[in-house]
Design a protein around this ligand. Structure first.
Ligand SMILES: O=C(O)C(=O)C[C@]1(C(=O)O)C=C[C@@H](O)C=C1
Length: 302
């Protein structure tokens, strides 16, 4: 049985995602996203389940930073969960002065809090479930949590189905050390982190390398390198799998335009969306063109 570290404690949305991605394995809660990945890098866990992006609040910066540092990890699977919250309090406690949660969660219920708990002070906690632990310990009066949190913590439900945006969703990754990649399915996502050379037009060159091969981006984020002010790394997700000739061709082009390029994996998309491939951009087109170029090089023009 594999050991899967997940961003805990018990009762986070990430635990729900880990159950979907690795339900039969041993799931180990870890306090932070970074520590979950460190557990994999140290060999204490075989894989880690971490949140990567939310449809309302955008990326989870700590996940991006932890993916780009230290030894490489690759994403081998993803899950997308609908996100609506429960608000938990201590039984009988109706005077709510502080309400705690993960900053991403607080941002997704801002309107609800203003309308329903106008006097309550929002307080950031390390995760939604850590907020529930804090309420139990008397640190805060209410916690904005995943609905499953109430099964783990002896708290009372003040409200359910809380969400400012009704169809909000968060995407989670299962990451592990590089090795065999998942097989291509035709509905895949590839991720890289690119440190571009700092000169005019390099980001445009990276994006053009993908556009010229008919490859659609699914996410683009920049994070500071932390070394030189104004220097950024670009996290790029795009449709396709590295096993496809058109994607391999794009990756080699990206490599030429970067100081460093870290491959973060190719894996099936949770939403099963397949790319629209325009004429001239299919894998067969890339293979045929390189067969033709080979023939030209060998002088075989018949
Ligand atoms: O705190 C949790 O329960 C998490 O799994 C983290 C997280 C996030 O990072 O966005 C996951 C989903 C929700 O959007 C709120 C918090």
């Amino acid at each position: 049985m594999s050991r899967i570290a997940y961003f805990g404690p018990q009762g986070t949305f990430t635990e729900q995602a880990a159950r979907i991605l690795a339900g039969g394995e041993e799931l180990v809660p870890v306090e932070t996203v970074r520590l979950a990945m460190t557990a994999v890098r140290n060999g204490e866990a075989d894989a880690a389940c971490v949140p990567i992006e939310n449809s309302v609040e955008g990326v989870v910066p700590t996940t991006l930073d932890a993916l780009s540092e230290s030894t490489p990890l690759v994403a081998v699977a993803e899950a997308i969960l609908p996100v609506h919250f429960s608000v938990l309090t201590r039984p009988g406690d109706r005077e709510i002065r502080t309400v705690a949660s993960h900053p991403h969660a607080l941002a997704q219920v801002r309107d609800w809090l203003e309308a329903n708990l106008p006097g309550a002070n929002p307080v950031a906690s390390s995760s939604t479930a850590a907020a529930a632990v804090g309420v139990l310990q008397g640190d805060f009066d209410a916690a904005v949590c995943a609905p499953v949190a109430v099964e783990h913590y002896d708290l009372e439900v003040l409200a359910t189905e809380v969400a400012d945006v009704t169809d909000a969703a968060t995407r989670f990754l299962l990451v592990r050390p590089p090795g065999d990649l998942p097989e291509p399915t035709g509905a895949d996502r590839t991720s890289v982190v690119a440190a571009a050379v700092n000169r005019t037009g390099t980001l445009a060159e990276l994006l053009t390398a993908l556009a010229d091969r008919g490859i659609n981006l699914t996410r683009l984020d920049a994070r500071p390198t932390r070394n030189n002010f104004g220097e950024y790394r670009f996290f790029i997700d795009f449709e396709g799998h590295v096993a496809e000739p058109r994607i391999l061709d794009a990756l080699t082009a990206l490599r030429r335009h970067c100081r460093t390029l870290r491959f973060l994996g190719s894996h099936p998309r949770a939403d099963r969306v397949r790319p629209t491939i325009e004429p001239g951009f299919g894998n067969d087109d890339f293979v045929d063109a390189s067969v033709w170029a080979d023939a030209v090089r060998k002088g075989d023009l018949a």
